[in-house]
Design a binder for this molecule. Structure first.
Ligand code: 3HC
Ligand code: NAI
Length: 692
């Protein structure tokens, strides 16, 4: 049942009941209208309370219905809200926990609203690339004032109910039990007429035009490729400049336009993709998890320090183990400095600073980490070092402790085999800087136990990461794909591009950084090291030699003050480098390639389709569980533009047959073998299907 109707004394109670968050899907909307009608027909009922069963009042329109005709089927949310607003008996919204989007719009259509303290109030539609489409942009400014409403609608961020207690949004913040307070309130107002309506409130803001123009300018500068934020300002402007019904009509037109945009479809895809990523087909939600109250990290280098900070930020004590006192001191000092910088920027209180610093300690002795619930290894990327560490961990760690490796390329099954408890071993691949980047690739070994997976997935949420599970293969999901992208980037240099031309082409599309700026940031020596290994292991793969030549020049990137670009001391801004460009042109001549002018379209297609083709193999091999997991990896770990929804969603949008056609064209060029479509891609394209 999607909403329950009950009569309690002289009050009708309509309880939204559409788990998990009482989304206002078609059936729920129907049930509300039926409830109101029953309450009207029952002469004994003097007032109606609407509330939400379970964990929310309502999370808003049912986003899952957006792509189906049900979303617009009558009674629409508009109709439901009109039914409430025009009801002859008072309607009181009793709000707890979450009141968002269409849920808040529904509440704004009620005559009165009572909330529990701490309820999260928001119009988050902008985060889905749309705007509130059921009167929110017209009623919220009337209820809370123009500025507060504009901030809430443009940011989409929640505000707690107490903060809005003094506005016309709430008639009362309930002390104690919400339904008891709502019942007392309903009885108090049952006979009051006329019934108050938010739509009748006048917005009093004398110089509103200047304020709205200022807001428009600010929002325009910040919204990038997304049309929704500016549309939000326009809709709120209509609340002051137009009559209520005209404003509603204007909001509706904007909503219908936005909901069809690729940007909105991409954001909705990302919303569900993020939630789907934490679900594994064979690890049910009720799989028991191991308790994690303490963490150990082995290695206090670049990654170990950042990894430790994640846990301290979540209030979990961490002990870092190093080989030598000097390395340990250096690692701990770097962590402290990081926190100090955040403190100086005012992003951390002194109290939180003290707490976090106190949660991190160091040791050189394995016995001192033996009781940790999980240990994460972040030592050198070398199998013999990993072997030494895992054998030691196996010897000392308490039974049931989870043994995790942060390896970025090595075989987690081999690492597990160094222990007598491979079921407890898992990969936790953090991205640099580990305390900042959202992505956590969780690498499932052949023998990793289900409860270990469930525990690490839950832990990733606790430390606010997007956990995506990958099977074992060289580079896992993200780095295995990036290798194909980097190979194409190298070929493009040989064929006629400069690093800045390649970077600019993808950055124009919205990538956080092109491949060469990324290389300079991460360190070109890391890729060099990996390629050297691959030259031995996979001699059939052809790489452009430009990256090796660059490293032979000692140009490892920002850390050496020179890479694909030149850098000035203390400045991260890249300057095109004459020596590098010369090296590239000479290399083209040396290998007998005639340089040509290459279009931005060719650059972006070759880079992105190289990712997509490898991803299709990854999907087919079961390394990734679903296409949307691959999108999450790229959106949260590789700066792939959010408004495209990730590489797989992007390819779906372009049309897989168009992707294959472009690949066939590139197959006729140099290194054509790289463009053989993966069987899954070829099949889906031939059937006119999509990845997602
Ligand atoms: N519709 C359908 N399903 C929804 C939903 C919605 N509006 N909001 C959340 N869900 C689902 C999630 O997909 C997830 O499902 P799953 O368990 O099957 O994966 C489940 O609810 C729980 O979601 P979270 O994991 O996000 O749970 P949290 O407790 O962390 O957060 C929340 C709850 C704050 C409600 C968060 O889910 C959220 O922000 N939801 C989006 C709210 C939103 O954007 N509402 C606006 C909708 S658009 C609208 O109303 C248009 C109108 O203006 C016309
Ligand atoms: P790093 O060189 O900065 O740090 C490694 C640390 O481990 C050093 O402080 C070293 O003293 C310590 N160490 C080495 N052997 C040890 C041992 N036997 N016992 C205890 N401590 C030991 O290396 P970084 O960059 O932090 O990488 C660590 C791991 O994380 C590697 O597996 C790497 O592939 C992986 N990784 C690195 C990323 C990066 O961007 N740097 C990104 C994702 C994963």
């Amino acid at each position: 049942m999607s909403a329950e109707y009950q009569v309690q004394g002289n009050l009708a109670v309509i309880s939204l009941n559409n788990p998990p968050v009482n989304g206002l899907g078609h059936a729920t909307r129907q049930a509300i209208v039926q409830g109101i009608s029953r309450a009207h027909e029952d002469a004994a009922v003097t007032a109606i309370i609407i509330t939400g069963a379970g964990r929310a009042f309502s999370g808003g329109a049912d986003i899952k219905e957006f792509n189906s005709p049900k979303a617009f089927a009558e009674p629409s949310l508009h109709t439901v809200i009109s039914v409430l607003e025009d009801a002859e008996k008072p309607v009181i919204a009793a709000i707890h926990s979450v009141c968002m989007g269409g849920g808040l719009e529904l509440a704004l259509g009620c005559h009165y609203r009572i909330a529990s303290p701490g309820a999260q109030i928001a119009l988050p539609e902008v985060k889905l690339g749309i705007l509130p489409g059921a009167g929110g942009t017209q009623r919220l400014p009337r209820a809370v004032g123009l500025e507060t409403a504009l901030n809430m609608i443009v940011s989409g961020n929640p505000v707690s109910s107490e903060k809005l207690a003094q506005t016309a949004l709430f008639n009362q913040i309930a002390e104690g039990d919400l339904m008891t307070a709502a019942t007392a309130f309903a009885n108090q107002v049952a006979a009051v007429r006329p019934l108050p309506k938010v739509r009748d409130i006048r917005i009093d803001y004398p110089n509103y035009e200047a304020f709205l123009q200022f807001s428009r300018n600010t929002v325009k500068a910040m919204s990038g490729p997304f049309p929704a934020p500016l549309a939000c300002v326009d809709a709120v402007a209509a609340a002051v400049s137009k009559k209520f019904d005209d404003g509603i009509q204007f909001e509706r037109e904007l909503f219908l336009k936005l909901v069809q945009t690729t940007e909105s479809k991409a954001l909705r895809h990302a919303f569900f993709a993020e939630r789907a990523a934490s679900k594994l087909p064979d690890v049910p939600d009720d799989t028991p998890v191991r308790t994690i109250k303490s963490v150990a990290v082995v290695g206090a280098g670049t990654m170990g320090g950042g990894i430790a900070m994640n846990f301290a930020n979540a209030g979990i004590p961490v002990r870092i183990l190093e080989m030598k006192q000097e390395a340990l001191d250096k690692g701990l000092a770097t962590i402290r400095k990081n926190y100090e910088n955040t403190l100086k920027k005012g992003k951390l209180t002194q109290e939180k600073f003290d707490q976090r610093v106190a949660l991190i300690s160091g040791t050189l002795d394995y016995q001192e980490i033996a009781q940790a619930d999980i240990v994460i290894e972040a030592v050198f990327e070398d199998m013999s070092v990993k072997q030494q560490v895992f054998q030691q961990l196996d010897a000392v760690m308490k039974p049931g402790a989870i043994l995790a490796s942060n390896t970025s390329t090595l075989d987690v099954d081999k690492i597990a085999a160094f222990t007598r408890r491979p079921q407890d071993v898992i990969g936790t691949h953090f991205f640099s800087p580990a305390n900042v980047m959202k992505l956590l690739e969780i690498v499932r070994g052949k023998q990793t136990a289900k409860d270990v997976l469930a525990t690490v997935l839950a832990l990733s949420k606790k430390i606010r990461k997007t956990g995506v599970v990958s099977g074992v293969c060289d580079g896992f999901i993200g780095n295995r794909m990036i290798e194909q992208y980097s190979r194409q980037a190298g070929y493009l240099l040989e064929e006629g591009c400069t690093p800045e031309q390649v970077d600019k082409a993808v950055e124009k599309l919205g990538f956080a950084m092109g491949p060469f700026r990324m290389g300079d940031l991460a360190g070109n020596d890391i890729g060099w090291y990996i390629r050297k290994r691959r030259y031995v292991e996979k001699p059939h793969i052809v790489y452009s030699k430009t990256a090796d030549l660059l490293c032979e020049m000692g140009r490892f990137g920002q850390k050496t003050g020179a890479g694909w670009y030149d850098y000035k001391p203390g400045d991260r801004k890249p300057y095109p480098s004459a020596v590098v460009n010369e090296m590239i042109v000479k290399h083209s001549a040396d290998i007998g390639v005639e340089r040509r002018k290459i279009s931005d379209q060719e650059i972006t297609e070759r880079l992105i389709y190289a990712l997509v083709n490898e991803a299709a193999y990854i999907l087919e091999e079961g390394i990734a569980n679903r296409a949307s997991d691959i999108d999450m990896v790229y959106l949260t770990g590789y700066g792939f533009p959010l408004h495209t929804g990730g590489p797989m969603f992007y390819a779906d949008t372009v049309g897989l047959s168009n992707v294959v056609r472009a690949m066939e064209k590139y197959a006729k060029g140099r290194h054509g073998e790289a463009w053989k479509p993966a069987p899954l891609l070829a099949k889906l394209a031939a059937e006119g299907k999509t990845f997602n």
